[in-house]
Design a protein around this ligand. Structure first.
Ligand SMILES: Nc1nc2c(ncn2[C@@H]2O[C@H](COP(=O)(O)OP(=O)(O)OP(=O)(O)O)[C@@H](O)[C@H]2O)c(=O)[nH]1
Ligand SMILES: [Mg+2]
Length: 449
């Protein structure tokens, strides 16, 4: 059924009585509220949208006025039918039609769309663009934050605002609420219809990213639903370093407390918490300039490797798309990566896995809560062809024990892949965790809230 788009959303509030061929009928008319927008036609108003005039529900007029109008028109054509000329009409084009973005520049299992909010969120999204993802866009309250991004300018949008949100998330949230249609239009253009899963990226602590993030999650779900897809929406959210000021800590604490119930319930999934304090501790010597770029590149790389491997065949043990999807859907998750220098002893691989779980760029979570795990070992053929299978089995058994898997229904997906790069690499993705409350308490005490 055709349904009017946003700009023709309203119906006249009062039914109007009309006589057609001697028969009285009541109608409510569509109210145009702006120029036509024949893009994706929402069946209900988008979340947080403003200025929509909605149809009244009054029992007698349950049927859509559009349907009524079409039926009337059909009845009328019987008597007043005109022979129309046989001409080609073509397809009407509109600037707001669903876009056909470039395909990702790499072969991946899941087609992600990334939308970054605020400067940190924009840079995180940009890190995904830089490694080949193409359904990527950025929203902000000031164009200054776009400096240095590689995301094409057509995928960047400054929403109407006083020019920045000045660390005020309430202002950020108000700006987004006024521009929800514009953001949906940006998603249409940048993600197109061929998108499986949307990830919102934001730095917790500022005004724009923090204020936009909850609303963007809702809009992204709405967008996928309009495409007839599962509303799979996740987040990559960065926590401030401990040295960042009280207002930043307070903003981050409030955002994380607001999102935690949905993240813990796996309604926002995956929910990836990047801890800038952990990154700072891991790379203390990095210059200020290189710091964010290194942090973002590592986060995007860790996220990406599983998506790449899930698309690849293995002559050993394959980690497939369904395995990947089950971990992606398991809520709060952490990634780990380790390069093993030595792997001659049986215990060396299992020790590597253990380190992998403790040394992370992501906020420390209680990994004993894990419900889903992917553990992947990559090495060149010269290593895989000589390494005893018992070493690999021992590593996976150890992993299960560390995660407390023997006592519960822990799902472990394994993968063993031949790699071009020299060395033995271990990657882990552990899901089904909860937002680390201890880390939230640190932000709370620093903020004095
Ligand atoms: N991981 C990561 N975190 C960042 C980056 N840039 C900023 N952050 C973090 O994000 C938090 C919010 O900062 P911004 O993203 O600059 O703030 P904003 O969303 O633009 O908000 P306003 O400027 O106040 O409107 C900071 O406190 C940092 O901890 C980045 O490139 N990577
Ligand atoms: Mg900013």
């Amino acid at each position: 059924m055709w349904w009017p788009s946003k700009n023709f959303y309203g119906w006249s509030r009062k039914p109007v009585e009309v006589t057609i061929q001697g028969e009285k009928s009541t109608f409510r008319f569509m109210l145009p509220v702006g120029p036509s927008d024949p893009g994706i036609c929402p069946q209900e108003p988008p979340p947080d949208s403003e200025g929509m005039v909605l149809a009244e529900s009054d029992g007698a007029a349950q049927e859509s006025p559009v349907t009524q109008t079409h039926e009337r028109q059909n009845q009328m054509t019987n008597e007043f039918a005109v022979d129309l000329p046989d001409i080609e009409f073509g397809v009407a084009q509109s600037p707001d039609e669903i876009g056909k973005p470039e395909a990702d520049a790499k072969d991946v299992a899941v087609k992600f769309g990334f939308i970054g909010a605020g400067q940190g969120g924009n840079r995180l999204a940009d890190a995904f663009y830089s490694i080949g993802y193409r359904r990527v866009c950025a929203v902000n309250t000031t164009s200054q934050d776009f400096l240095g991004l590689t995301i094409p300018s057509k995928n960047q949008r400054v929403l109407e605002s006083p020019g920045g949100a000045g660390k005020d998330p309430e202002l950020g949230a108000k700006v987004l609420a006024k521009s929800s249609e514009e953001v949906l239009s940006l998603m249409r253009q940048s993600f197109g219809a061929d998108v499986d899963h949307i990830i919102v990226t934001a730095g917790a602590g500022g005004g724009t990213g923090t204020g936009f993030a909850p609303g963007l999650v809702k809009l992204a779900r709405y967008y996928l639903q309009q495409l007839g897809k599962e509303p799979r929406v996740g987040m990559v959210v960065a926590l401030p370093k401990k040295a960042e000021g009280g207002k930043v800590q307070a903003n981050a604490y409030k955002l994380m407390s607001a999102l935690a119930p949905e993240a813990d319930a796996k309604a926002i999934s995956p929910f990836v918490i990047v801890d800038n304090e952990c990154i700072y501790n891991m790379f203390p010597a990095l210059s200020a300039k290189a710091f964010w770029a290194t942090a973002n590149k590592n986060v995007a790389g860790l996220f990406d490797i599983f998506n790449v491997l899930a698309k690849q065949q293995s002559a050993y043990v394959t980690f497939d798309r369904a395995d990947y999807q089950s971990v992606l859907d398991s809520g709060v998750l952490v990634f780990g990566a380790t390069k093993l220098e030595s792997y001659r002893q049986e215990t060396e691989i299992s020790d590597g896995l253990r380190k992998n779980l403790s040394r992370t760029l992501l906020a420390e979570a209680d990994i004993k809560q894990a419900s889903h795990v992917a553990a992947i070992l990559c090495a060149p053929d010269e290593i895989l062809s000589v390494m005893p299978q018992s070493h690999i089995d021992h590593a996976f058994t150890t992993l299960e024990r560390i995660l407390g898997g023997e006592a519960k229904d822990l799902v472990i997906h394994q993968g063993v892949y031949e790699a071009k790069r020299a060395g033995l690499f271990l990657y882990t993705m552990v899901g089904g965790l909860t937002v680390p409350k201890a880390r939230l308490e640190i932000m709370k005490s620093k903020a004095g809230v």
